[in-house]
Design a protein around this ligand. Structure first.
Ligand code: COI
Length: 360
């Protein structure tokens, strides 16, 4: 297997393996497995030195481009252990393809999709004992690319690292699957059309921190961003796309360059369409959402993302007023989507769109 891959394998010895954390208190992104994948890129060799190696620190020059101009992109996907003991991935090639779109926008090299897929499978095979088996817990996979050339001029790096690390995780929000409270920002914005809002680049997340901290201090879990020009149209929640059920329609903002094209968003659109739900990708204003809450026609709202899967929204806070959605209780469609997606992802339900990839 390893020879085909052209990837060097540096395994740690049994006695160096970490003690695995208890599965009932994993939190999100706090623990990391014993091994990682790493490969390097330069203009002369392209991608080279691919290896699966012990999880380790990097020694980087302080002038590395990533530290100064933020040339960094990443992805998030998950591995699941099914009841049959098999390891499953959910639409992994879509993540790698999306990373390649991010790479193009950020002047970074594209990844060889086949090689990354095979290396990821090899890494997961080696780390399969790290995949949690308790309800709702999974192994989160974080592929990342950074510019490593030591150079202070503003131009793309001529050297890169691409690495994959693995983290056993529980629910992303401390609320678990319970409805979250969301702060709608009318002051700060996340992204503007023509910029990099549709790119999974580190800077988008750095730029969201100030407002997220502000929201947390007021008791809200996340920020719902409005468009940068008119502060009127709904964009996305910092870590998820957003959906509203108004009347018999399921509405989500269209992908017009300032929001991320979520893989879970796309899966929800396909699933609900199959179920006969009327789905609409269209612009929707915060005023329309609030008046639909007031007149009772908005019955559900939920976020979609890899980390959070489906996260029901129980309350919106906008301009000093709070608006309760569905009495703060999880809606029927949110619950159905959560259950169905989790079952498909763990290889337990029919997979009508061939989303699931078995490892090994
Ligand atoms: C994901 O859903 O995988 C994300 O990347 C969101 C967040 C944890 C950064």
């Amino acid at each position: 297997m390893w020879e085909d891959l052209e990837v060097t394998l540096e395994k740690i010895s049994e006695d160096q393996r970490k003690v695995k954390p208890a599965q009932d208190s994993l939190g999100f992104g706090q623990h990391f497995t014993d091994h990682m994948f790493l490969m390097k890129w330069n203009q002369e060799l392209g991608w080279h030195d691919a290896k699966i190696c012990p999880y380790q620190n990097f020694v980087l020059d302080p002038a590395s481009v990533v530290f100064h101009y933020g040339q960094a992109i990443f992805e998030g996907l998950k591995a699941y252990k099914g009841k049959d003991g098999q390891v499953y991935l959910f639409r992994p090639e879509d993540n790698i393809e999306r990373m390649n779109s991010s790479a193009v926008r950020m002047c970074m090299p594209r990844l060889p999709v086949d090689k990354v897929m095979k290396s990821l499978k090899g890494l997961l095979y080696l780390e399969k004992d790290w995949i949690p088996t308790s309800e709702g817990a999974t192994l989160y996979i974080r592929p990342t690319m950074i510019g490593t050339e030591p150079f202070l001029g503003v131009r793309p790096s001529k050297e890169y690292y691409f690495f994959i690390i693995l983290s056993p995780v529980g629910a992303y929000y401390s609320e678990g699957f319970n409805p979250t409270k969301i702060f709608v920002s009318d002051e700060h914005v996340r992204a503007v059309k023509g910029g990099v809002g549709h790119v999974k680049t580190a800077g988008n997340y750095a730029a969201s921190l100030y407002t997220s901290e502000m929201a947390k201090k007021k008791g809200y879990t996340q920020v719902l961003w409005l468009d940068a020009c008119e502060h009127k149209y709904i964009e996305e929640v910092g870590t998820s796309n957003i959906f509203f059920k108004i009347g018999d329609e399921l509405i989500t903002p269209p992908l017009e360059g300032s929001i991320l094209g979520g893989i879970t968003r796309n899966s929800v659109l396909q699933l609900t369409e199959k179920w006969g739900v009327k789905t609409v990708e269209r612009k929707i204003t915060i005023d329309e959402v609030l008046s639909a809450i007031r007149d009772g026609s908005l019955t559900e709202a939920f976020g979609t993302g890899t980390a959070a899967v489906i996260s029901p929204v129980g309350e919106l806070y906008f301009k000093e007023e709070s608006y309760l959605i569905n009495n703060g209780v999880t809606g029927e469609l949110s619950q159905r989507l959560f259950d169905e997606l989790q079952s498909i992802q763990a290889g337990q339900a029919e997979d009508p769109f061939n989303w699931v990839v078995r490892v090994g």
